[in-house]
Structure formats: structure tokens, C-alpha cells
Design a binder for this molecule. Structure first.
Ligand SMILES: Nc1ncnc2c1ncn2[C@@H]1O[C@H](COP(=O)(O)OP(=O)(O)OP(=O)(O)O)[C@@H](O)[C@H]1O
Ligand SMILES: [Mg+2]
Length: 416
């Protein structure tokens, strides 16, 4: 644990010696770290140069800037900074003023050092609570943003899929009619040609001009490829709907491969080549999996987080090293007794140092620039896999070579 940092402001040099001596046990145990200032001005300087001071212990009567003026300035710098004032015994007037200006507590001179320790500990506990609450609030806000982002993405994707579906339906429906009509027309033409093998010069020339033989041969192929194209659009739209399944409060049976594929589809634009790098290859080794029971929308969020991290990692490696083929490898398998399903998402990206490895599941830990990473992806993924699905999320990584994340899920998880 890092020591709590206390700024002591007093014009008497003797006070520094005394406090250091009385608190030496706590200083040696690295519970406290003391910083000293001789008056309010110096205290404000120290607050600028030292990082993260937890509390201020200040005398009231000092030359230069006194303790009461300092109190006013403190609330301007950081309204969560707690100050304890020290005043002469019986100096009620100043003590009242100090409390009104936001002091957390007071001590009287001569200082009772047992009381000093109690007061410091009480103040630091309060500081710690405020910090914890603020951090929790911050995390909750970020988590909300992340959930909101996923929900908005889901709605957007579902909306687009829905919009695409209708026009694709018309095209597909009409194409089969068009195919029938074209076949009839061709048959009719063939009949004409057999009944009137000698249609005259003008028609012969027109047949030559339009390259009728080629046209008759190509038209059915063309219609086939249009059908194939619309089929693919329909599959994409189906995948988009799979990705955005709204199932937050109900466990359902679903196909993990559909989840992985639909997530890859959503990330397709990030896999394509761009002016900085070649395309990112995706290798799939899918096993024969039984359907799994769980929350598909949430597992898709896990796949999204892991795949997005893998893409970031290969892109980062590419910045330093142009000569490798950025590749993501997705592997799924089921244990022999069919109880556990394993999904591996591997990349040959930048990898991680031991120092980074130790922290990746910590909330808010990120090595990415501000605005790019919030450091929530993995902690949320871990929560979804372990708490929501009774599974495990592990990884192995080698710096400069790549990383593999391994999700292990119970095939038919008991209610968790
Ligand atoms: N596949 C990977 N290869 C290398 N480093 C990784 C990989 N996955 C995660 N990391 C490291 O773990 C950190 C935390 O990842 P996490 O997904 O939790 O947050 P993030 O990606 O930084 O931000 P976001 O909240 O947007 O996901 C990353 O910043 C990165 O340093
Ligand atoms: Mg991430």
C-alpha cells in the first residue's frame, strides 16, 4: 500500500522534529509520508510540486500566509482535501473560523500526540472513503457508458438489418419471377428460330449485332449471380440480427459460432487493408459444438472486446514491424465428456510484458491513448464469463509474439 501523504504546515522548526520523532513508527512502516512547509505560501507550493497529498495539518498563527487564509485557498485547489488545524488552547475564535472555512477537525497546542494520531487516522479514513466513493462513481459511469455503447450499437445494427431485409426480400422474390420470364422468352425465341429458320437479312443482322448466342448463354448466369448476391446480403442481415439479439434477462440456447461470425462481420471494416497495413487474416478452426445455454448478447460483447483488443494488438505490432502477416486465429472445441466448451481467440500482435499481464483485468487499466481505450473491456468480459456463465477467462501472452485468450464455458451451465 502506498503511504498516506500528510502536509504539515508550521513555522516552528522544532515542530517538524517533534512530529517526525513521534510518528517515526508509522513513517518507517510506510503508513505515512510527511511533507513540511513553513507557512501558507510554501504549503501551496508543495501542493503543486508534490503529487497526491491526502491531508493537511496546519498551524493557524504563522507569519507570511496564516492557516486561515491557507484554508480558503485549499478549498479552491481541491475541495476534497481535508485539513486539520492546530491552534493555541482556548483560541475558540480562530477555531470556529477555521471550522467555518471547511477545516475537518482541530487540535490544540501543546499537542497531545495520542490525540494527534487518532485525528490523523480518522481524517485519512474519511479521505479514503471519499476517494473510494469517487472511484466507484467513476467506474459506474464508465460501465454505464460501455453498456450504453453496446446497446446503441445493437439497436443500430438491428435497425439497419431490418431496413435491409425488406428491399432484399423484393429483389429476391422478383428475381425468381424474372428467371422464369427469361426462361420462357428464351424458349419462345428458340421456337421461333426452329419454325422460321430463315428470318431474312434485317433480322440476321440484328442477331449478329446483339451477339444473341452470347446473350442467351450469359443471361441465366447473370441472374444466378444476382441471386447469389442477394442471398449473401440476406445472410449478412441475418448475422447482424444475431449479433444484436436482445436477451439481457433470459438464458437461451444458441450457437456460439453464429455469435463469433456475426461479431467478425461487425468488425469487418477493421479487418480490411488500409493505407498503413495489409488486411488482417482470420483463421477459423471450429469444432463440432453442442448448442450452449446463456446470454448471447453478452457473450457477443465478450467476443467483441477480445477481437477488438486482438486487432489493436496486431496493428500496434505492425507499427514497429512491417514484415509479418497480421492474423487472428479462432479455435473452438469441446471437452471429451462434453461438459466444457473452449473458445480461443489468438493474435500474433504486440503481446504483453509481465508488468502489463499482471494488471489487464483491473478496471480502468489501459495502455491505449486517451479516447481510444477505457480499460473496461477485459474486466467486463471477465465478469460476463465468470459471474453470468459460470466459466473462466484465461490468457497466455509473449511480448513481441502474440496473445491467446481462452474462454471456458460449461456446455449447459447450471443457473448462476
Ligand atoms: N490481445 C492483446 N494483446 C496485447 N495486449 C492486450 C491484449 N488484450 C488486452 N491487452 C492489454 O490489456 C489492456 C486492457 O484491455 P481492456 O480491453 O480491458 O481495455 P482497453 O482495450 O485498453 O480499453 P477498452 O475499455 O476500450 O477495451 C489493454 O490496454 C492492453 O494493454
Ligand atoms: Mg479493449
Amino acid at each position: 500500500m502506498t503511504p498516506a501523504k500528510i502536509l504539515v504546515v508550521d513555522d516552528e522548526a522544532e515542530m517538524e522534529r517533534l512530529i517526525r520523532q513521534r510518528l517515526r513508527k508509522q513513517i518507517r512502516a510506510k503508513e505515512f509520508e510527511l511533507v513540511f512547509a513553513r507557512d501558507g505560501h510554501e504549503a501551496l507550493e508543495k501542493l503543486q510540486t508534490e503529487d497526491a497529498i491526502d491531508m493537511v495539518l496546519t498551524d493557524i498563527n504563522m507569519p507570511g500566509m496564516d492557516g486561515l487564509t491557507l484554508l480558503d485557498k485549499l478549498s479552491e485547489i481541491d475541495r476534497h482535501l481535508k485539513a486539520v488545524v492546530v491552534s493555541a488552547y482556548g483560541d475558540m475564535q480562530n477555531i470556529r473560523t477555521a471550522m467555518n472555512r471547511g477545516a475537518f477537525d482541530f487540535l490544540t497546542k501543546p499537542i497531545d500526540f495520542d490525540d494527534l494520531l487518532i485525528t490523523i487516522n480518522k481524517t485519512l479514513t474519511s479521505v479514503r472513503h471519499i476517494k473510494e466513493n469517487l472511484q466507484q462513481l467513476h467506474q459506474a459511469q464508465l460501465q454505464l457508458v460501455q453498456h450504453e455503447k453496446m446497446a446503441t450499437l445493437g439497436q443500430l445494427v438491428a435497425g439497419v438489418a431490418h431496413e435491409i431485409n425488406n428491399p432484399v426480400g423484393f429483389i429476391f422474390g422478383n428475381l425468381s419471377h424474372a428467371e422464369g420470364y427469361v426462361r420462357d422468352l428464351i424458349d419462345l425465341l428458340e421456337l421461333y428460330r426452329s419454325k422460321f429458320p430463315d428470318p431474312g437479312e434485317e433480322i440476321e443482322e440484328e442477331i449478329e449485332e446483339t451477339d444473341l448466342e452470347f446473350l442467351l448463354e450469359d443471361l441465366p448466369k447473370l441472374l444466378d449471380s444476382m441471386k447469389e448476391g442477394t442471398k449473401r446480403i440476406a445472410q449478412i442481415s441475418q448475422s447482424m440480427r444475431t449479433f444484436s439479439r436482445g436477451d439481457t434477462d433470459r438464458r437461451v440456447e444458441f450457437d456460439l459460432h453464429e455469435g463469433l461470425d456475426s461479431t467478425l462481420l461487425i468488425l469487418k471494416h477493421r479487418l480490411k487493408a488500409n493505407d498503413r497495413r495489409p488486411p488482417i487474416e482470420v483463421e477459423k478452426h471450429y469444432g463440432d459444438l453442442p448448442p450452449i445455454e446463456g446470454y448471447p448478447g453478452q457473450l457477443n460483447q465478450v467476443f467483441m472486446n477480445l477481437l477488438a483488443n486482438a486487432i489493436d494488438a496486431v496493428e500496434e505490432r505492425h507499427l514497429h514491424e512491417a514484415n509479418f502477416i497480421p492474423t487472428l486465429t479462432l479455435k473452438t472445441s469441446v471437452s471429451e465428456v462434453g461438459k466444457w466448451i473452449t473458445i480461443e481467440i489468438a493474435d500474433n500482435g504486440i503481446g504483453m510484458s509481465d508488468e502489463i499481464k499482471a494488471k489487464i483485468f483491473d478496471r480502468l487499466f489501459t495502455t491505449k491513448p486517451v479516447g481510444k481505450g477505457t480499460g473496461l473491456g477485459l474486466s467486463i468480459s471477465q465478469q460476463i464469463v465468470t459471474e453470468k456463465h459460470g466459466g473462466r477467462l484465461d490468457f497466455t501472452s509473449k511480448f513481441g509474439e502474440g496473445t491467446t485468450f481462452i474462454i471456458v464455458l460449461p456446455a449447459r451451465s447450471s443457473e448462476c
